[in-house]
Design a protein around this ligand. Structure first.
Ligand code: GRF
Length: 218
């Protein structure tokens, strides 16, 4: 089976990018990262890409007079790389409906909450403030509305007494690194289909693991 050519868009640290790089390095993994693009030139994720020998570039949104011009540059770079699919991994610019519709069904994102709860920024603060006892993360298809879109996989973690944002973020992030490569694998294997707003994943293994709920003593 040919591998799916993927562009990863980042804005910062790039730990989720790293989890995708590591997954793609496995010989049997059905996807390859052909470019990493950051809207921030100082994003550490660019170093991770270079260390892995992946073409990487900054496309600084501040250098463009409009969102449309920025997105045109992004689109050109993605197309030039040969990418057929986009993974957003901590990419902090809201993409226009035009851009999103061009990549409809071919762009996914990871968000550190159990969507549709706690969209947007300061997710872990929102989670703690709400007093919920279960937190987690979601990989979903991107639609024009922020942090919406059909959900492919989620992982759940407990919120523990005494958690602050950093502690919760760390627990959730460990799960992000598990589910993002898994979602990309399913997509690349052609096992993911969209049925309206819902995602179906073919295969018994997927049925059992679209919710990842690690067994943690609370
Ligand atoms: C992650 O928590 C991701 O879910 C959110 O932004 C953060 C990015 O972290 N969208 P990293 O750059 O992947 O380390």
């Amino acid at each position: 089976m040919p591998t799916l050519k993927v562009a990863v868009l980042i804005s910062g640290r790039g730990s989720n990018l790293q989890s995708l790089i590591d997954a793609c390095a496995q010989p049997s993994f059905p996807a390859e990262i052909v470019t990493v693009l950051s809207n921030r030139p100082d994003a550490y994720g660019l170093e991770r890409a270079k260390a892995a020998g992946i073409p990487a570039a900054a496309i600084n949104h501040k250098n463009y007079e409009s969102k449309a011009a920025f997105e045109a540059a992004l689109q050109d770079a993605i197309v030039a790389s040969g990418a057929e699919f986009i993974c957003l991994a901590g990419f902090m610019r809201l993409l226009s409906a035009d851009f999103v519709s061009r990549w409809s069904g071919r762009m996914i994102n990871i968000h550190p909450s159990l969507l549709p709860a706690f969209k947007g920024l300061h997710t872990h603060r929102q989670t703690l403030d709400a007093g919920v006892k279960i937190a987690g993360c979601s990989v979903h298809f991107v639609v024009p509305e922020m942090d919406a879109g059909p959900i492919i996989i989620q992982a759940a973690v407990p919120v523990l007494q005494g958690d602050d944002e950093a502690a919760l973020a760390e627990r959730v992030l460990a799960e992000e690194h598990q589910i993002y490569p898994r979602a990309l694998r399913w997509v690349a294997e052609g096992r993911v289909t969209l049925s309206g707003d819902r995602v179906e994943v073919k295969g018994a293994e997927a049925q059992q693991t679209s919710l990842r709920m690690p067994d943690r003593a609370v």
